[in-house]
Design a protein around this ligand. Structure first.
Ligand SMILES: [Cu+2]
Length: 657
């Protein structure tokens, strides 16, 4: 074992040194050649061909880039508060970050996946997982906003998530860490046999996209690393890589690398769905939050759910099998035809490919070599389709171009390797700068990949950009894959860790993009639909300001009668009904962020005045030539003062009562 680690380490060092040296003249030639520049140049005012939704990793967000330009369009806040957009700061979105552990302002987001119809990208939603406090989020691609988050109970390190089946019947989440089930106070060294791994199938309503946990399969206490749905002939199945089939609970780098082979778990979810629909499974108490944002009320609600349906795999014969796969497999990828399941053993130099047809035959012929916790282990030779030999070091993930080729990343040898499905021969390899994790081909998770580009997402950039102190950017690299050989076109920096991405032709999404929220349709509890309706209302020590904003003033803009110790709600409606005219508002001393309010939208922040005086507020989004005039004052009197509530509308003073 130790020798393997030492030699891997030695090769890592050598390859990093080599790739650093190679970063001189040869790559400059590539990047500066005019034909390459033309391929990524999107002229001013023109649009990119693809959207790329790139995970922000430990930033907890999702970034939207254009390809091939690599231009950043938007950072969509998902699992982390975002002061720029007031996500998690305003009263409307705070419930989105509620969990069974209370309000959680951050998470680690990893794997975006786009909704599908008939195995093809339909561009309605992007789903993404939060690893740390297990959650799945849904982003609506008409508004590019997070509109639903569901917490995953009985789960931890939610890593083999979030991947959709070919009609978006389910978005699936698998636990990385197994934990006691039910969760309880117990000695950690009694892990083996007592900890369980939950694989969670979240149904997605075909009409409105509403998510709900349909069932959880309670698997043996392995680590479930990544997953992919079957498609085409294997639609109805889902595949998960496992590691730590040793069920070690300490020093996993050694203790979880003992078995020569771990497994890919093959789950016949259609069979389990049928079992559940016929009353199978057992409801068990589990607390988890389900948070939904409504476009009608511009507000989110959080509901704590109390039970979940658990399925024990040995209760559904024929639904779950293990495919032996060498050396702690990480990536688990299914080709566009649904026939091949690629398992990348991260401690192996080879890629192992299983055949779905052979798997079905082996199941029929009962070619088992044993069982684990009642789950049959299929004979390796009976399911094995082929091996890509000595293809690189540290294979992680594979994507497909839809033309019979696969592309696999190698973390240790820092490269993307192109190989042929069926002959398993390596066709091409190109270095990445450096230590690539995932890669993405638009539609690469579907039956119809758009095999024009591959995007490699790198963990280390070292000398690739101007230095910015000890912390330097992470990056993505774009390759043209239309020819036999891959061609590196572009490097661009990313936010957070560009963990994984999902890409889609822009024309599928752009036409549905919403431009404004219609004011007359707003059902926000505190909407103010015209300036004349603006008001200030005191209710005990709470004050509600119903405020409007339009170029270039607030109504009301002078408010008196506020007292130290009050809780002041600013409910602010943007009356604009034009595309791209947001306004912002911020209040001195407010312990929250600004609000950034889209046309027709209402948002709320709370201000606790602590000091007597006259305090200004202003518009934070440069909205017009008179943006600097867009301001107002709040007069704060001592607690118990006799100053009445008073405000100005259209320059005239109005008494509240
Ligand atoms: Cu403004």
């Amino acid at each position: 074992m130790k020798t393997i680690f030492k030699s891997l380490l030695a090769i890592t060092v050598v390859s990093l040194v080599l790739s650093s040296c190679g970063n001189g003249s040869s790559s400059k030639k590539g990047a500066l050649s005019s034909s390459v520049a033309e391929k990524v140049y999107v002229a001013p005012g023109e649009h990119d061909e693809f959207y790329a939704f790139v995970s922000g990793g430990f930033s907890g967000q999702l970034a939207v880039y254009g390809l091939p330009s690599g231009r950043l369009f938007k950072v969509i806040p998902v699992f982390s508060v975002d002061a720029e957009k007031a996500y998690g700061f305003n009263e409307e979105t705070k419930p989105m970050l509620n969990t069974s552990h209370g309000f959680i302002p951050w998470d680690d987001s990893h794997h975006p996946d786009i909704s599908q119809t008939n195995g093809e990208l339909d561009g309605r939603y992007v789903f993404i997982n939060g690893n740390n406090t297990p959650r799945i989020a849904k982003i609506d691609l008409t508004t590019f906003e997070t509109t639903e988050i569901i917490e995953i109970p009985n789960s931890a390190g939610n890593h083999s998530s979030s991947f959709v089946t070919e009609n978006t019947e389910y978005v699936v989440a698998g636990t990385r860490f197994s934990i006691p089930f039910p969760q309880r106070d117990m000695p950690i060294d009694e892990y083996k046999g007592n900890f369980k791994g939950a694989l969670t199938f979240i149904s997605v309503d075909p009409k409105d996209g509403a998510m709900d946990i349909k069932f959880q399969i309670m698997m043996p206490g392995f680590n479930y690393d990544l997953s992919h749905p079957g498609r085409g002939k294997s639609h109805g199945w889902f595949f998960f890589t496992t590691y730590n089939t040793e069920e070690a609970n300490s020093l996993l780098e050694v203790n979880a690398s003992q078995n020569d082979k771990d497994f890919i778990a093959a789950i016949n979810w259609k069979k389990i769905e049928e079992y559940v629909n016929n009353g199978g499974g057992k409801k068990v108490p589990s607390r988890y939050a389900h948070n939904v944002y409504s476009d009608e009320t511009h507000s989110a609600t959080s509901t704590i759910k109390k039970e979940v349906l658990i399925v024990n795999p040995s209760d559904v014969p024929g639904a779950v099998y293990f495919l032996p796969t060498p050396k702690s497999p990480h990536g688990c990828d299914v080709d566009p035809t649904g026939e091949y399941i690629v398992g990348n053993g991260k401690l192996s130099a080879d890629l192992t490919i299983h055949s779905f047809s052979k798997m079905i035959k082996a199941i029929e012929d009962k070619k088992f070599t044993g069982e684990a916790y009642g789950i049959p282990i299929l004979d390796f030779d009976a399911v094995h389709a082929g091996t890509v030999k000595q293809s690189g070091l540290g294979p992680l993930h594979t994507e497909f171009d839809g033309k019979g080729n696969a592309y696999t990343t190698f973390f240790i040898s820092s490269e993307v390797v192109k190989w042929k499905i069926g002959t398993w021969e390596v066709i091409d390899r190109k270095p990445t700068y450096y230590s690539v994790g995932h890669l993405m081909i638009p539609g690469g998770n579907s039956r119809k990949p758009y095999g024009k580009y591959v995007l490699a997402m790198n963990k280390i950039t070292k000398d690739r950009y101007l230095p910015t102190g000890p912390e330097v950017t992470q990056s993505a690299q774009l390759y043209d894959i239309t020819g036999d050989k891959m061609e590196l076109l572009l490097d661009f920096p990313t936010i957070g860790e560009p963990h994984y991405a999902a890409g889609i032709p822009a024309d599928i999404v752009a036409k549905n993009s919403k431009k404004i929220y219609k004011l007359e349709e707003s059902k926000h509890e505190f909407v103010t639909k015209s300036e004349a309706d603006s008001k200030v209302v005191r209710d005990g020590n709470e004050v509600h300001i119903y405020m409007t904003m339009i170029r270039s003033h607030f109504a009301p803009d002078n408010i008196e009668g506020i007292q130290v110790g009050d809780k002041v709600y600013f409910h602010v409606t943007n009356l604009e009904q034009d595309y791209d005219v947001p306004h912002g508002i911020s209040m001195i001393g407010a312990q929250t962020s600004e609000l950034l309010i889209m046309p027709g939208q209402t948002e709320t922040f709370v201000w606790y005045p602590k000091q007597v005086g006259v305090w200004p507020f202003y518009c934070t989004d440069f909205c017009s030539a008179l943006h600097q005039e867009m301001q107002g004052y709040v007069r704060v009197s001592p607690k118990g003062s006799k100053v009445p509530i008073k405000f100005t509308l259209d320059g005239d003073a109005v008494d509240a009562e």
